[in-house]
Design a protein around this ligand. Structure first.
Ligand SMILES: NC(=O)c1ccc[n+]([C@@H]2O[C@H](COP(=O)([O-])OP(=O)(O)OC[C@H]3O[C@@H](n4cnc5c(N)ncnc54)[C@H](OP(=O)(O)O)[C@@H]3O)[C@@H](O)[C@H]2O)c1
Length: 303
């Protein structure tokens, strides 16, 4: 680690110690990572969701996002999830990542949502350009849109080394039956699905199938889009949450979601530095075991 990197890691680690993470384990090197089954590559269990990064060009709109992204990197974050559907999010991210000079340390995931081989190819070229990268780490079919024509083109790009991993995403239980069928047919490297204490249906069939097929799993909407914070209000966390190091509701929810044995990481949407700090607390200490996760469910259901 050079001096500049040390100073950056130090700032992030300091932020975590103020949130109660022991200073001995606050550095990025102590972050919990899980392996991508198709390669064995390890990835931090907290990534970044960016469906609120589609802002305008003004400094007032971009400055908070730049600060959140900088802190995400300081704390050792890697995977960033975006999509053409998130308005200007790809362009904003491409600009901010370039300004911060952090492309090489990130794992950039985006999506495709058009039908037709030529259209998919064109959209992926557009994303590559906006994100200002030679290689996309992960390309996902968004909500099954255009999947039949997209997968062959994605595989061509993967063979050519322009995409490292391929995947597919959903966030609706109404899509699960179709999603499951496409998972079986295409056997992607990654799937992305919604899973939270509030919405647990993915654990019935999707998550076990992902484990069987050896697909990495990205969890979206672990906070129900933020709705769960409104639902729990100022309800205190149970004392036993400290056993697995959860010191806030966000950490309780993230540790629950990524604690599922099939889950690889969660991608909370975060546009504020203090949310990044809080959420990275979930990537330290340990994850709840199966019994503790059941206790989390019973506690949540009792509220
Ligand atoms: N089908 C799909 O492919 C699909 C569908 C939905 C979502 N996604 C992906 O999943 C990501 C996550 O979904 P989401 O953003 O809709 O929902 P989410 O992660 O469940 O919730 C995000 C909300 O929680 C807030 N938040 C974050 N950390 C917090 C903390 N520590 N304490 C209190 N509030 C906190 C955020 O606020 P701030 O923004 O103010 O920080 C934001 O309002 C998306 O950004 C997107 O990348 C994919």
């Amino acid at each position: 680690m050079d001096r500049r990197e040390f100073t950056k890691a130090g700032a992030g680690a300091l932020a975590l110690t103020t949130l109660g993470v022991s200073s001995a384990t606050a550095g990025p090197e102590h972050m919990i990572r899980k392996a991508i089954p198709s390669s064995g590559e390890k990835i931090p269990i907290v990534g970044l969701g960016t469906n609120r990064y589609g802002v305008d060009n003004s400094e007032a709109s971009r400055a908070p996002l730049r600060a959140a992204l900088r802190r995400f990197k300081e704390l050792g974050g890697a995977l960033i999830d975006t999509a053409p559907q998130y308005r200007s999010s790809e362009t904003v991210l491409g600009d901010l990542i370039d300004e911060l000079g952090i492309r090489d340390e990130l794992f950039i995931a985006t999506k495709t949502d058009v039908s037709g081989a030529a259209e998919t190819d064109r959209q992926m070229q557009d994303s590559t350009q906006k994100l200002r990268t030679g290689t996309l780490d992960l390309m996902q079919v968004h909500n099954l849109r255009g999947w039949k024509t997209a997968f062959p083109v994605m595989r061509d790009w993967q063979r050519e080394g322009r995409i490292r991993y391929i995947g597919m995403s959903t966030s609706r239980a109404s899509q699960y039956a179709d999603f499951e069928a496409v998972m079986r047919k295409e056997k992607p490297d990654f799937i992305q699905v919604n899973y939270s204490l509030e919405q647990r249906e993915a654990a019935d069939r999707i998550l076990p199938l992902a484990a069987d097929l050896g697909a990495a799993v990205i969890i979206n909407r672990a906070f129900g889009g933020g709705r769960i914070f409104d639902a729990v209000g100022d309800e205190p966390l149970p004392k036993w949450a400290q056993d697995f190091g959860a010191r806030s509701w966000a950490q309780f929810l993230l540790k629950y979601a990524v604690g599922h044995s099939a889950a690889t990481l969660a991608i909370p949407g975060m546009t504020k530095v203090h949310h990044v700090d809080d959420n990275f607390g979930a990537a330290h200490g340990r994850l709840p075991d199966a019994e503790e996760r059941q206790r989390q469910e019973a506690f949540y259901d009792s509220l």
